[in-house]
Design a protein around this ligand. Structure first.
Ligand code: ATP
Length: 133
């Protein structure tokens, strides 16, 4: 059976490179399922879980947005930050969540800080969810 080589890369270096049967991502346009032989594609990703399927198992990676590039035999994910579940520090994510929630409560009048805090909150919730699965 054909497989896809999947690379997840951040500015700090590679997070994962392996072969999988299928990749599911949440792009800004919606959920995408990528199988070997998919047409070339570039899509922006949301703060979400990347699901990598191989022989009945699913590996997860938390991504903080970024881009998906698909070629027929290769999927590359470029993200500002990405972690496997075992790499996630849940206490750190819980602290980040709390900080973001406090900012959202006090800075409702400042749109820039509000959006920044909302993104930080989404990253923290995403990490907590993925570490828990
Ligand atoms: P924090 O406020 O805790 O730094 P953040 O969402 O602002 O959270 P990022 O800017 O997304 O952090 O990430 C900075 C770096 O720290 C990245 O390399 C990312 O992988 C890592 N990182 C952030 N939070 C965690 C976490 N909870 N567990 C493990 N690594 C993390």
């Amino acid at each position: 059976m054909k497989t896809l080589t999947v690379s997840v890369v951040t500015p700090d270096g590679p997070v994962l490179e392996d072969s999988y049967d299928m990749v599911s991502v949440r792009a800004e346009s919606g959920e995408l399922g990528i199988l070997p032989g998919h047409i070339p594609l570039v899509a922006p990703l949301t703060i979400s879980a990347v699901r990598l399927k191989k022989e009945g198992n699913t590996d997860l990676v938390a991504v903080s947005g970024g881009f998906l590039e698909v070629r027929p035999d290769k999927v590359t994910i470029l993200a500002q930050a990405a972690e496997k579940p075992s790499e996630i520090d849940v206490d750190r994510a819980k602290s980040a969540k709390q900080r973001a929630e406090q900012r959202l409560n006090v800075t409702k009048s400042d749109e820039v800080d509000f959006n920044r805090a909302k993104l930080a909150l989404n990253r923290a919730i995403n990490r907590i969810d993925i570490a828990d699965q």
